[in-house]
Design a protein around this ligand. Structure first.
Ligand SMILES: Cc1cc2nc3c(=O)[nH]c(=O)nc-3n(C[C@H](O)[C@H](O)[C@H](O)COP(=O)(O)OP(=O)(O)OC[C@H]3O[C@@H](n4cnc5c(N)ncnc54)[C@H](O)[C@@H]3O)c2cc1C
Length: 556
């Protein structure tokens, strides 16, 4: 940091911006998804004091002392850092790195590395890199080979013996990759000029963080501590594992019970099924993947069942019993299933907000322990901000990155930026995988009333020679009034790769006519998304009765 920046008044240039003037006068309510009940008005002085002029050319670290705005609202105070971030996962690393690039003096603290997280262990990179997206996808790749081996026979391949899988090689290679990645993340922070501290962060007051007994002051504190898996307290729960442990088991399960019907449960079901473990999935509800499009929910469960996964619908675990031979039995409301080597809970994650000092400083939490924030990721304490899973908005890595980036721009680049949570595409790396963007049919009907639905359910080319029962399902949901494509769903090979591209079209508000004029790439499964011409059904809401009238396309 240039020495001259110590005494630079930081507000005057910000306030000259008409955009900021408007924002400063705007008292916006805090309303977001699950916590619409919480309304709060920003303390404008505190919020806008944080907006800085363009970044200085040089900076230094924890010896930095900043003089802040003297616009009359607050006496000048000196802090060790402009931003102190607790948690170096996706959101924390992104926010800290961008903040440092914008010229802010920045520090981040993170727990020591371990493959399995706890109150005292974590690691730079966070859940995505160490216990989520990355290791999970590596295991998905490993498990997919077995389907390829099956497919290959129809294409003329013969082997003397069935290929065998060595779990210990997979886990050792995966862990070596995690070490490499956590090192890369440390370098990223280092190169950006972010001061990295190993230790547990705890908030002492609105401008002070305690890291292992040492106190650091900061103008802004960012909480990006993510969440952790949660195992419900039932008899025998000490025998159960969570997703952290499932990614790092000493040996491969012979038969596993997976409890939960969400995306993590289905992904692990696919992994262990592909690696030839017996897999049973227990879901409390009738169907898997609550919140996804109904047809996709049915389709994926059917396809996964064809691969040998056994689904137990509306079956809730009540106890886990260990037999003398070491095997586990799962008692449910419907009976007992024996012979499991592992029982895994994938029933949800809870925000890491315990013992962070939040309640004492007045940071408001929702019922499930998530931090409540406004559209700019500001908490109920103006100098404390939160991004990522700990805010329980949309719990995905790219969303945490977006929120972290937006915050850094808001605080340090003179660009107040709200993260945009609309049309966020997402995927489930089940086998077959699912990807989607926009609304489900149910949401679209509720929101728009009249929608045209195009579906396609077909056997992919590869399955013709492999002889396997694999199919692909695709769905486009179009607003009847505007012709805009408002939902796009796919379940089948490569769907996450395909839908990432189509998400641009949906986000840009393109119409079905735009899709129709796009020439397909042949022969692909993806071309089906630009060649669906006749609606499968036209859903029309009858406003008088508020009822939905579904007409077969042919007769409309
Ligand atoms: C099994 C699994 C699979 C997933 N797959 C995908 C996927 O395919 N795609 C996708 O987009 N998302 C996926 N996710 C979700 C994704 O991992 C999260 O949304 C993302 O990591 C959230 O980032 P974050 O920065 O909010 O938190 P995290 O990445 O969890 O980072 C929080 C960090 O804070 C640290 N920390 C906690 N408390 C403290 C403290 N007091 N002091 C210091 N440090 C602390 C933790 O150790 C951790 O490193 C998956 C998650 C799981 C569990």
């Amino acid at each position: 940091m240039a020495v001259t920046s110590f005494s630079t008044p930081r507000l005057s240039s910000s306030l000259s911006s008409p955009a900021l003037q408007t924002l400063r006068n705007y008292r916006f309510p805090v309303r977001f998804l699950s916590f619409s009940h919480y309304t709060k008005t920003l303390v404008s002085g505190n919020f806008f004091d944080s907006l800085t002029s363009p970044p200085p050319l040089t900076r230094h670290f924890n010896t930095a002392i900043r003089a802040d705005s003297t616009n009359g609202a607050e006496p000048p105070r000196k802090y060790d850092f402009d931003l102190f971030t607790i948690g170096a996962g996706s959101g924390g690393v992104r926010a800290s790195r961008y903040a440092a690039n914008f010229g802010a003096t920045t520090a981040v603290c993170e727990l020591p590395f371990a493959t399995i997280s706890s109150e005292s262990t974590g690691g730079v990179g966070g859940t995505c890199v160490l216990r989520g997206c990355v290791p999970k996808k590596l295991l998905v790749y490993a498990s997919k080979f077995s389907h390829e081996f099956e497919d290959s026979h129809g294409f003329g391949w013969n082997y003397e013996a069935e290929p065998e899988h060595d779990w210990s090689i997979l886990i050792a290679n995966k862990n070596a990759e995690l070490q490499r990645l956590t090192g890369i993340y440390k370098n990223i922070l280092n190169n950006a000029g972010v001061k990295l501290m190993e230790g547990r962060g705890k908030i002492v007051d609105p401008h002070t963080v305690d890291v292992n007994g040492k106190l650091y002051t900061a103008k802004n504190i960012l909480i990006s501590v993510g969440g952790r898996p949660f195992i419900p307290d039932i008899p025998g729960s000490e025998y159960a594992i969570d997703s952290d442990a499932a990614l790092d088991l000493p040996s491969k399960p012979t038969k596993i019970a997976i409890i939960g019907g969400g995306y993590i449960a289905l992904e692990f079901a696919g992994i262990f099924n592909g690696l030839k473990s017996g897999v049973h999935v227990f879901i409390r509800q009738k169907k898997v993947l609550r919140g996804f499009d109904e047809e996709v929910r049915d389709f994926v469960e059917e396809q996964m069942s064809l691969r040998g996964i056994e689904f137990h619908a509306e079956e809730t675990p009540q106890a886990i019993v260990k037999s003398s031979d070491g095997s586990l039995s799962l008692k449910t409301n419907k009976g007992t299933v024996d012979g499991f080597s592992h029982v895994m809970f994938a029933t949800g994650r809870i925000p890491n907000t315990k013992n962070l000092g939040l309640e004492a400083v007045g940071v408001k939490l929702s019922k499930n322990g998530a931090i409540e924030v406004n559209e700019y990721s500001q908490t109920s304490v103006p100098s404390i901000w939160a991004v990522g899973d700990v805010t329980d908005r949309i719990n995905l890595t790219p969303v945490a990155l977006m929120e972290g980036g937006a915050l850094a721009k808001t605080l340090f680049a003179n660009q107040p930026t709200k993260p945009d949570h609309s049309d966020v595409p997402s995927a489930v790396f089940s086998q077959p995988p699912i990807a989607q963007v926009g609304l489900t049919e149910e949401q679209a009907v509720k929101e728009y009333g009249d929608v045209d639905v195009y579906t396609s359910n077909f056997r992919p080319l590869k399955a013709t020679l492999s002889g396997l029962p694999d199919r692909v399902f695709m769905k486009l949901i179009v607003c009847a009034k505007t012709n805009k494509v408002i939902g796009l769903h796919m379940c089948g090979e490569d769907s996450p790769e395909i839908v990432q591209g189509f998400a641009v079209a949906v986000k840009a508000g393109l119409t079905k006519a735009d899709f129709d004029t796009t020439v397909g790439i042949h022969p692909t499964a993806a071309e089906e998304l630009v060649t669906m011409r006749t609606p499968t059904r036209k859903v029309r809401n009858t406003p008088m009765e508020g009822k939905t009238d579904v007409k077969a396309a042919a007769g409309v």
